[in-house]
Design a binder for this molecule. Structure first.
Ligand code: HEM
Length: 753
């Protein structure tokens, strides 16, 4: 049966139904749902499914055992123009159950009804026990070749390109929780290498709460909502979390990272990533080194302010995933460099006094440089969240030849945990055959049967040795790129439940982190501890954590104690003498502004030519302009993305004022509390609020022409990071320069050194 081309059919319908307005509104900013603009009328001419959006990607079409199929990715989704059953029979009606007469009972024989409802009833699968909330993207990793001397991994050979899928996540919250909560972020990368899949399952924080995986249920039970009332959601600001970390003091290092700005990233694009554990790399000659993996974001490490994080939690709980997808759609592809810190593989497994098997410790970058070994670019959003982001399954044991594990007791436990949980989460043992998990290397295992078996295994002898299948599959040697476990000597030792003595140092690196922060970052840490402990119910827990802070730094302890209205205790351990590591601070450098959001306040009666010029210049600079106007639709031929009612400073990295718009008709306090001011204002009060908030969140603000009056009215003209210029172009140039430092912290002198 003939069907017309899908996109064309919809385009035609749009033209007929909505005429010219549709063209004017066709957004050139990211975020359009669907791959073609919808028509006002319901489309009724049958046509094939619409193509995916240009920025969307999908898992390569591979067989369950890794072979290329050559079938386009779209063929894996719905086919043809007509509605069918799951078995492909075309249907006439999906809106009415089959009944014994229009007023009669529904008939049991209605297979379509039962199939539709039954499938729906089983749409949900268990969410991940941790890291339930996440967002993923496809990309490509290109190796520099700089790791060739230390690892034989083929995907790290110079110029080699490898497909990847990355999933970012929060740890504590449920699937539907907000993105911007204070938490650690997961940074899990699946490299589909031709020597087998490599999963680098890391976080945005280089240390972990615990040293031994046997404590993982404890820390997670403490961090998750209280089991009686199931509150609070996605928070560490509660008694059970602080109860645990103050009693189990090895958690203090990870905790101070969470209390720092690292706990509230601005974007996934501005997060570092860390493999956390020390890995063992093996080269062609069989020589080994120890190594730690680092991801360095091209845009620098950048965080939200705590007030922003809280506001966004309500205004846009999907802030981070939206930012990731929008950036890719806008062509501002998120980028990281993968780097390694390399250490000699000595019997002690230490470097510069740091026990490399202790996952609560870092090796400062000043002592072991992070050497770049390749570049990751995320360039495709998923086509289907469930199929890809939800069903992806990472595992630390997915290692290519040349990368091996160490005896880090946290890593060792993880090797068991992931596959164990995935058996339940993904409903059986065959989840490596789900499209997103399919390897890009030929698979010839002897695993058979089980729920949802997609492979159609041939032969009669899934065992070794065999002669009935001609001996296949055969063991591989070095020449065939076999994964060979590094033959590490295991020291003769008694069987014990104990840690090495070096694991007992719980405070020196916490102090190192604190000492490495800039004054403004220290202020934020003080604020975070005070907020979180202030939310605890029991004084005993606050006092216990203050004791931990006293062992980190007296100033930190005193400041938090003051905020809690409690006395600051004396240290119970000598304070470590540390050398700060400037690499730990995220302040003081300059970064590119690719894909950043610039809000432009527009007065429909103002300088619209200037706005148009600035809007184009923002695009040309690789950033995204969002027009903020009194009403939606079109102003001066330009599409409006935010109105004074919907726009809030938290969405923008900088704000430009092209005018001083008078209060809009909907600036009615009874309707919009943001419009409520004690005295009537000449400028729309929501615009004043936007500027106040942007200022308070240390963002660059620029104005030209009539817009300058707004700065004066808010009282911020002439303050640091607030620019007045003769033209829009000048204002943008100045603001872009300010954005390179991420925030204008000079506005707020710190009280601690
Ligand atoms: C260095 C310490 C750790 C890091 C960096 C880490 C990182 C991660 C990340 C990034 C994910 C999300 C993966 C995804 O996006 O699907 C994850 C999930 C998970 N982690 Fe960890 N984790 C750590 C420690 C542990 C430990 C010690 C255990 C248990 C002993 C554990 C158990 C799990 C489980 C069960 C999941 C859910 C996996 C799934 O359902 O697919 N993690 N972890």
């Amino acid at each position: 049966m003939e069907t017309s081309k899908p996109a064309e059919a919809v385009k035609n319908a749009v033209k007929t139904a909505s005429g010219k307005i549709a063209d004017a509104l066709t957004p050139d900013v990211p975020g359009a749902p669907g791959s073609a603009p919808p028509s006002v009328e319901e489309p009724t001419t049958p046509h094939d499914p619409l193509p995916p959006k240009p920025e969307q990607g999908a898992p390569q079409t591979r067989t369950p055992t890794g072979a290329e199929t050559g079938v386009p990715a779209t063929a894996k989704g719905q086919q043809g123009a007509y509605l069918t059953t799951a078995n492909g029979a075309r249907l006439r009606d999906t809106d009415h159950s089959l009944k014994a007469g229009p007023r009669g009972p529904v008939l049991l024989q209605d297979h379509h009804l039962r199939e539709k409802i039954t499938h729906f009833d089983h749409e949900r699968i268990p969410e991940r026990v941790v890291h339930a909330r996440g967002a993923g993207a496809h990309g490509v990793f290109t190796a520099y070749g700089t790791a060739e001397a230390v690892t034989r991994a083929g995907f790290l050979k110079k110029g080699r390109e490898t497909d990847v899928f990355v999933r970012f996540s929060t740890v504590l919250g449920s699937r539907g929780s907000a993105d911007t909560v204070r938490d650690t972020r997961g940074f899990a990368t699946k490299f589909y290498t031709d020597e087998g899949t490599f999963d680098l399952v890391g976080n945005n924080i280089p240390v972990f709460f615990i040293q031994d995986a046997i404590k993982f249920p404890d820390i997670i039970h403490a961090g998750k909502p209280h089991p009686d009332r199931e509150i609070p959601q996605a928070q560490s600001a509660h008694d059970t979390f602080w109860d645990f970390v103050s009693l189990h003091t090895e958690a203090q290092h990870h905790t101070i990272w969470n209390m720092s700005d690292r706990g509230i990233p601005r974007s996934y694009r501005t997060m570092e990533g860390f493999g956390v554990h020390t890995f063992r790399l093996v080269n062609e000659a069989g020589e080994t080194v120890l190594a730690k993996f680092h991801w360095k974001p091209k845009l620098g490490v950048h965080s939200l302010t705590w007030e922003e994080a809280q506001l966004i939690g309500g205004i846009d709980p999907d802030f981070h995933r939206r930012d990731l997808y929008d950036a890719i759609e806008a062509g501002a592809y998120p980028e990281w460099e993968l780097g390694i810190q390399v250490f000699p593989d000595t019997p002690e497994e230490t470097f510069a006094g740091v026990d490399l098997l202790d996952p609560t410790k870092i090796v400062p970058e000043e002592l072991a440089e992070v050497q770049p070994i390749g570049r990751l670019v995320l360039n495709r959003t998923p086509t289907n969240f469930f199929a890809e982001t939800e069903q992806v399954a990472f595992h630390l044991g997915h290692l290519p030849p040349g990368i091996d594990v160490t005896n880090d007791p946290l890593l060792q436990g993880r090797l068991f945990s992931y596959v164990d949980t995935q058996l339940t989460r993904l409903g059986g043992p065959n989840f490596t055959q789900i499209p997103i998990n399919r390897p890009h290397a030929a698979v010839n295992d002897m695993l058979r049967d089980g729920f949802h078996q997609h492979a159609v295994h041939a032969g009669v002898a899934p065992y070794r040795p065999n002669s009935l299948d001609g001996g296949n599959p055969f063991p591989a040697g070095d020449a065939e790129h076999a994964f060979v476990d590094a033959p590490v000597t295991v020291a003769q030792a008694p069987k014990v439940r104990a840690n090495p003595a070096s694991f007992d140092d719980h405070y020196s690196q916490v102090r190192l982190f604190w000492s490495s922060m800039s004054p403004v970052e220290k202020e934020h840490i003080i604020r975070a501890y005070t907020f979180e402990l202030g939310k605890c119910y029991h004084q005993a827990i606050k006092e216990r954590q203050l004791q931990c802070l006293a062992n980190i730094d007296p100033v930190l302890c005193e400041q938090v104690a003051t905020g809690l209205g409690l006395p600051a205790p004396q240290p119970t351990e000598p304070l470590a003498d540390v050398t700060p590591s400037p690499a730990l601070s995220q302040v003081g450098r300059e970064w590119p502004s690719d894909g950043r959001m610039v809000g432009i306040v527009v007065d429909p009666d103002g300088d619209l030519d200037g706005v148009d010029e600035v809007r184009r210049a923002v695009f040309a600079a690789g950033m995204v302009p969002l027009l903020i106007a009194p009403h939606g639709g079109v102003v001066g031929g330009m599409p409006v993305q935010r109105t004074f009612a919907t726009g809030r400073s938290v969405e923008f990295d900088a704000v430009l004022l092209a005018g001083a718009p008078a209060p809009a008709p909907d600036a009615v306090p009874a309707r919009d509390a943001k419009a409520g001011t004690p005295a009537p204002a000449a400028v729309d009060p929501r615009v004043l609020l936007l500027v106040e908030e942007s200022w308070r969140h240390a963002k660059a603000v620029g104005a030209w022409g009539a817009g300058v009056a707004v700065l004066e009215q808010v009282g911020v003209a002439g303050t640091p990071g607030v620019v007045t210029a003769g033209s829009g172009a000048e204002a943008l140039a100045a603001v872009q320069q300010l954005m390179a430092a991420h925030r204008v912290w000079e506005r707020f002198p710190a009280t601690v050194a």
